[in-house]
Ligand binder design. Structure first.
Ligand SMILES: NC(=O)c1ccc[n+]([C@@H]2O[C@H](COP(=O)([O-])OP(=O)(O)OC[C@H]3O[C@@H](n4cnc5c(N)ncnc54)[C@H](OP(=O)(O)O)[C@@H]3O)[C@@H](O)[C@H]2O)c1
Length: 282
């Protein structure tokens, strides 16, 4: 039995979708009604990381766990890893991030993820860390501006990032959950090419069949917009991360998707074509 967490999120839903139909899968969700993946061997249980009883129930009979966390304040990795150790879990695949292995990255979120990885190591459960670059799906935050004005507003429009399709991140995670030889391994995961926000805007315009305009935000305007959505340390971490991207730190392409799944990583053009509906309409 494999336990999938984060199944209402970008990567976890794809992991659950890939595993459903291949064997018994349990999904832990705070709001089970929001889990789209269903099937005869899919068991959705209500629970959350801060509720140890619900964790223990979800972990009963589980061999492997796919772990997604996103709280800037809660020790969720430690909670799940500790409960997994107590339940006799033999494999924990954690969704982390590529910046943890880059010495010049020292923002709040990267430091948090380094600590989260350490908590998993300390639990004693055999682990694998999947460390993706920026998700292509982050561009979904552009959808309201595209729909209402045909405009994309973002920082640093000409700085490249080897962004990755969450479906490919999920495929790497599933390989680690179901294959052999992944214990104690870390997998950096990127897309097939580095692409700028201006180029992403052009490719979304092609997918939508209508022109889009790119407007570069100043750092001050970006800070204002981020502070309206996130607590200050998180907003500042995003800005520091964008600054690293501007300096070229996120352009490297790694061959992990092809190595672990046997097929090339999807391009942003493919992602855009497959998700055009999310940007369409007015
Ligand atoms: N976005 C990027 O570009 C990027 C790049 C590299 C790495 N990452 C890493 O990816 C991770 C986020 O992955 P994602 O984008 O796939 O997820 P996401 O869309 O942010 O969703 C988070 C998932 O975790 C669940 N969750 C959060 N707290 C929970 C709790 N206390 N109990 C139970 N479930 C909980 C959420 O459930 P609810 O639906 O109930 O909220 C949701 O399913 C983060 O660790 C981030 O650092 C992101």
């Amino acid at each position: 039995m494999i336990l999938v967490t984060g199944a209402t999120g970008a990567v976890g839903r794809e992991v659950a979708g890939l595993l459903a139909g291949t064997g018994p899968v349990r999904i832990l969700a705070r709001r089970p009604e929001r889990v789209a993946v269903r099937g005869p061997e899919v068991d959705v249980v209500a629970g959350e990381y801060g509720d140890r009883d619900s964790l223990d129930r979800a972990l009963r009979g589980v061999d492997a766990v796919f772990l997604v966390t996103n709280s800037p304040t809660e020790p969720d990795d430690e909670r799940v890893a500790t409960a997994s150790a107590a339940a006799g879990v033999r494999r924990l695949v954690k969704l982390s991030m590529m910046a943890v292995e880059e010495p010049d990255a020292d923002d709040f979120i990267t430091r948090l993820q380094r600590g989260n990885e350490q908590a998993v190591r300390d639990s004693g459960v055999p682990w694998t860390f999947v460390r993706p670059r920026t998700f292509m799906s982050n561009t979904l935050s552009w959808a309201p501006g595209i729909r209402s004005e045909g405009v994309v507003r973002a920082l640093y429009g000409t700085s490249p990032v080897a962004c990755v399709d969450p479906r490919d991140v999920a495929a790497v995670a599933v390989a680690a959950l179901t294959g052999t030889g992944h214990e104690g391994r870390t997998y950096a995961v990127s897309g097939p090419e580095a692409i700028t926000a201006r180029e992403q805007t052009e490719q979304l315009a092609e997918a939508l069949g209508r022109p889009l305009r790119f407007e570069e935000l100043t750092p001050d305007r970006a800070r204002e917009a981020l502070l309206a959505k996130y607590p200050r340390p998180v907003a500042e971490a995003f800005l520091e991360s964008a600054e690293r991207q501007r300096a070229g730190a996120k352009a490297a392409v790694v061959p992990t998707v092809e190595k672990l799944t046997g097929r090339p990583a999807r391009t942003f053009r493919t992602w855009a074509a497959d998700h055009a509906g999310a940007f369409a309409g007015t």
